[in-house]
Design a protein around this ligand. Structure first.
Ligand code: RP5
Length: 184
């Protein structure tokens, strides 16, 4: 089971990021309103792969000090990848990317038509401040989970095998003929 810390982070409120993370992947979001449905799908995908993750809400504009504390401690705590999701001006992914040398993957919680600023904020990062923008809504969030798994899996054979199994199952779920598939 994954380390599911969302509730406890919320109840703790203030950031205490001094203890080592058991998790490999840190999920962060600008608001708890980013959790369902987008980041919930990300969490579920990581959980299905059996990859340990933790979650917190370090809003860049409402709790900037929590964001800084989280980002600066992330590598020392043992995290390997951060997935950041925020809407609107969406400075969370870029700011966290600037505060750590860990890879940071960005997800926009809403569709492009609803919120064009968030993805632009990530894809327009200036030279020298790399950020991986993955996509929008649940699909983007699931792909961010899979991308994070690939990053971790590049150094971990067990995770690479779990990813291979996921891809095999996915391939097997695609019917070779429309009449052979289950009704959706
Ligand atoms: C951003 O503003 C959050 O990431 C969220 O996508 C959006 C709305 O936040 P709430 O007003 O729902 O807290 O900071």
């Amino acid at each position: 089971m994954s380390e599911f810390r969302f509730e406890s982070e919320r109840s703790v409120g203030a950031a205490d990021f001094s203890s080592p993370a058991e998790a490999l992947v840190g999920l962060i979001m600008g608001s708890d309103s980013d959790y369902p449905p987008a980041m919930e799908a990300c969490a579920q995908q990581l959980d299905k792969l059996g990859i340990l993750f933790e979650m917190t809400v370090p809003s860049a504009h409402r709790t900037p000090l929590r964001m800084i504390a989280y980002a600066q401690a992330a590598r020392h705590r043992g995290l390997k990848v951060i997935i950041a999701c925020a809407g609107g001006s969406s400075h969370l992914p870029g700011m966290v990317g600037a505060l750590t040398t860990l890879p940071v993957l960005a997800v926009a919680p809403n569709k492009l038509e609803k919120d064009i600023a968030a993805p632009l904020s990530s894809v327009r990062m200036p030279k020298g401040a790399p950020l991986g923008f993955i996509g929008f809504e649940q699909a983007g969030a699931v792909n961010a989970a899979l991308f994070a798994a690939r990053i971790v899996g590049a150094f971990d054979e067990n995770i690479a095998r779990l990813l291979e199994e996921f891809e095999r199952n996915q391939a097997n779920s695609v019917p070779p003929h429309p009449y052979l598939g289950e009704k959706k």
